[in-house]
Write a protein that binds this ligand. Structure first.
Ligand SMILES: Nc1ncnc2c1ncn2[C@@H]1O[C@H](COP(=O)(O)OP(=O)(O)OP(=O)(O)O)[C@@H](O)[C@H]1O
Ligand SMILES: [Mg+2]
Length: 264
């Protein structure tokens, strides 16, 4: 179900040529250990790049560097040509939404959950159209339109994950980071989220961590394969699956393990 329509929409809007995410020599050390070493990459201004690699490879850490949840890294990270260090961390986190594995729903209404990240005065006077649009983009509007004032924790897990997506989208982000966003969900909820995120990828870059290689085949335009904090291979998803360039990639595709040599 790869979404050609979204690619066409991207082409029509000119998003295809827009500058996306660039990393240059990204290095991260935590607790005296090198977690990410010298990662350089340039992603286009739209589309889904799946970030794959074994457990402990550094995938979540990489996402946290991009939206500045981790601060102590070296190198440079730019979005649309602007370094993420040139703005306050809070502004970067609004502009680069991060959706995790488990939905973080607050003990308040569905509506208040969606508007949570907006400045207080904007929250009270929120344009109903913006609220609706965010929920529609997250494919949740139809299910919650008549219960916006009900507690959000009454929603199913799949609905809660889409609620978190709506909360990120109402802030009009330039990019989304997704850390195994469907791994805790049933197949139907997973499909709904894959579909709505694929549509969003027509106009912004998505960096999506997943362990599910079948999912990667369905959604990815590009691949980043990391192991032991290093970028092993990066490129077009179809080519990665049909002709992986590196031995480590071939082994990973076959066995889901990576026997890359220990960093010196
Ligand atoms: N705050 C921290 N302090 C020290 N080490 C950390 C910290 N956070 C993560 N690590 C280490 O960094 C390495 C990479 O962790 P990370 O969570 O990024 O891996 P991952 O690729 O997301 O793994 P998984 O697929 O299991 O989620 C691991 O060895 C982990 O133990
Ligand atoms: Mg992780």
């Amino acid at each position: 179900m790869k979404h050609d329509i979204d690619r066409q929409a991207a082409r029509a809007s000119g998003a295809e040529h827009r500058q996306g995410l660039e990393m240059e020599g990204l290095r991260l050390e935590l607790g005296g250990r090198m977690i990410l070493s010298d990662i350089s990459i340039a992603l286009p201004g739209h589309g889904i790049c799946c970030l794959i690699g074994p457990s402990g490879a550094g995938k979540s850490s990489l996402l946290r560097c991009i939206n500045r949840l981790y601060e102590g890294w070296r190198g440079d990270i730019r979005l649309a040509g602007i370094s993420v260090r040139d703005h306050e961390a809070a502004a970067i986190r609004r502009n680069i939404g991060l959706i995790g594995q488990k939905p973080a729903v607050f003990p308040c209404s569905i509506r208040d959950n969606v508007t949570f990240g907006l400045p207080r005065r904007q929250r009270r006077r929120i344009d109903e159209q913006a609220l609706r649009q965010a929920l529609e983009q997250a494919a949740l509007w139809g299910e919650v339109r008549n219960r916006l004032h009900e507690p959000a924790d009454q929603l199913s897990l799949g609905q809660q994950q889409r609620l978190c997506l709506a909360r990120a989208l109402i802030l009009k982000p330039s990019m989304l980071l997704l850390d195994e966003p469907t791994s805790a969900l049933d197949p139907r909820s997973r499909d709904i989220i894959e579909h709505s995120l694929s549509a969003l990828a027509g106009s912004m870059p998505l960096l999506w961590v997943t362990h599910d290689l079948e999912q990667v085949r369905r959604i990815a335009g590009r691949i980043m394969f990391v192991c032991d904090g290093r970028l092993i291979e990066e490129g077009e998803a179809r080519a990665f699956f049909s002709r992986p360039a590196r031995l480590e990639s071939r082994e990973f595709l076959r066995w889901s393990v990576c026997n890359c040599p220990e960093p010196s």
